[in-house]
Write a protein that binds this ligand. Structure first.
Ligand code: NAD
Length: 503
């Protein structure tokens, strides 16, 4: 695997030699082998990078926004040129299949293009003043350095979602990638540096940097008051630690945390569409997407038709090397992840569930990697273990009789990221996306729970953290709102008609 990774790096004109003298080993989940080493940051180097970002902010905030957008456009060009190679590096480091690795890079290109447009649309409001001869306006101003914390399962796209918008908005970025995927992060930084070199002198030193390390370097960034916004993607456990620490210093926080996403299959559902949607949602990325389908809520009248067809579809899933053509499911990230899946299946059995699948796959071929058989678990009712996010390909199935009951089950978990309904009944579809329907940040009709486009705001409610990234008006999180009242008269009337006469 090391040689394959070296070839991928060379095709991006990145010297593989830079990954040979570090003090931290990186392993591929494909076969468990070491693919390189990286140098960990320490307290002093993190501090220096934050200082540089703060200095960079003082200059970058005054560069006109459409010119800042030009840097993002150049980054998008680099990403487009190296899409296949960076996609393959994502696959080698996090184990998702090559199609998904390339798809993740396409998402980066898409957000860059979106952010270029946004750089000319950082619109504020003009507001009517109650006082004669006065104007009120609302401006969006650059915020300050943005600290990005990312998870292993989307090792590059999450950075791009944040960085493309933050740079357009006038904010330098410091990225703490997952300790499981530092090489893709350093490759992205190399592409960013090329874009900066093409952009020229307007881009100050320290505009974009990566800090490599475990959670302690993330914590240092979280606690530093110079980091205006911490955008943290990962588990709810991580968010529980990060959120209060940032709040304690009155910093801004954007949290994108765990999901526990359900699909409702209604009596009128088109099962030929529902089945591929469910299977991709449940087993794609080996069940390691925040938007993976984890729960299926099926109407009693279609249960006996749908579930055998699903089990048949699961038998055809090709598990194996994610770099190989035709593979649909690669490995889970590590042994701990496999252990978590097995524990969850044991818990489901103890709660009365019937498990089809599960267990290790391809152990003889890959003794040091963790390929698993995706599992379907038929449950008598929504149990305690169904309310937790297990980051593995487990699909729990329960029955329902009325749509109200299905929606209540869908909402009755601590997380609130993605949800969907398969139905051809317009009343049911509209109820699902109404105020009394799904309580998630994402509510889809006749598509699955995973695979969001960048044009919409992405994120979820409750234990998912409440943050929104990517499209729509998510750019506002990276800016500071400023209300300005200008008096162009020769009087000084006070608001609310207050009289304050000086003799
Ligand atoms: P994780 O929480 O273990 O780690 C995520 C990142 O947080 C890593 O970079 C880690 O080093 C860092 N970190 C952990 N504790 C920290 C602390 N106290 N202070 C600062 N940084 C800290 O998550 P993971 O295993 O890499 O990823 C899987 C999880 O991420 C799942 O729960 C998944 O649902 C979630 N996720 C959510 C989204 C989303 O957009 N909502 C996207 C991808 C992944």
């Amino acid at each position: 695997m090391k040689n394959r990774v070296a070839d991928i790096l060379k095709s991006m004109q990145i010297d593989p030699g830079q990954f040979s003298n570090g003090n931290f080993k990186v392993h591929s989940p494909i076969d468990g082998s070491e693919i390189g080493t990286v140098q960990m940051d320490d307290k002093a180097s993190v501090d220096a990078k934050i200082t540089d970002a703060q200095t960079a902010f003082l200059k970058w905030r005054t560069v006109p926004a459409p010119r800042r957008g030009e840097l993002v456009r150049l980054l998008g060009e680099e990403l487009r040129e190296h899409k296949d190679a960076l996609g393959a590096l994502v696959t080698a480091e996090c184990g998702k299949i090559l199609e998904e690795g390339k798809g993740e890079v396409q998402e980066m290109v898409d957000i860059c293009e979106f952010a270029v447009g946004i750089s000319r649309q950082l619109h504020g409001l003009t507001i009517a003043s109650e006082r004669p001869g006065h104007h009120m306006r609302e401006y969006w101003q650059p915020l300050g350095p943005v600290g990005i914390i990312s998870a292993f399962n989307f090792p590059v796209a999450v950075w791009a979602w944040n960085t493309a918008l933050a740079l357009a908005c006038g904010d330098p970025c410091i990225w703490k990638p997952s300790e499981k995927t530092p090489m893709t992060a350093l490759a992205c930084q190399a592409l960013m540096e090329r874009a900066i070199a093409k952009f020229g002198d307007d881009a100050p030193e320290g505009l974009s940097s990566v800090i490599v390390g475990l959670k302690d370097v993330g914590e240092q960034m979280v606690d530093d008051p110079r980091i205006a916004l911490v955008s943290a993607t990962g588990s709810t456990r991580m968010g529980r630690e990060v959120g209060p620490r940032v709040a304690a210093r009155f910093g801004k926080c954007l949290l994108e945390l765990g999901g526990n996403n359900a699909i409702i299959v209604a009596p009128s559902a088109d099962l030929d569409m529902a089945i591929p949607g469910i299977v991709f949602g449940a087993v794609g990325t080996a069940g390691q997407r925040c938007t993976s389908t984890r729960r299926l809520i099926v109407h009693s009248s279609v249960y006996d038709n749908l579930v055998p067809r699903l089990k048949k579809a699961y038998k055809g899933i090709r598990i194996g090397d994610p770099l190989a053509t035709g593979t649909l499911v690669g490995p889970v990230i590590d042994e701990a992840s496999y252990g978590g899946m097995e524990r969850a299946l044991d818990a489901a059995r103890a709660e009365g569930g019937t498990v089809t699948g599960g267990g290790r796959a391809l152990e003889a071929d890959y003794p040091n990697a963790y390929y698993v058989q995706p599992a379907i678990v038929e449950m008598p009712s929504q149990s305690a273990s169904m309310c937790e996010e297990t980051f593995a390909p487990i699909l729990y199935i329960v029955k329902y009789d009325t749509l109200d009951e299905a929606i209540a089950l869908q909402n009755d978990v601590p997380q609130g990221l993605s949800s969907s309904i398969f139905t051809t009944d317009v009343r049911e579809a509209e109820q699902f996306i109404s105020a009394g329907g799904s309580d998630c940040g994402i509510a889809n009709v006749n598509i699955g729970t995973s695979g969001a486009e960048i044009g919409g705001a992405f994120g979820g409610e409750k234990e998912t953290g409440g943050g929104r990234e990517s499209g729509s008006d998510a750019w506002r999180a990276y800016m500071r709102r400023q209300t300005s009242t200008v008096n162009y008269s020769r009087e000084l009337p006070l608001a609310q008609g207050i009289k304050f006469d000086l003799d």
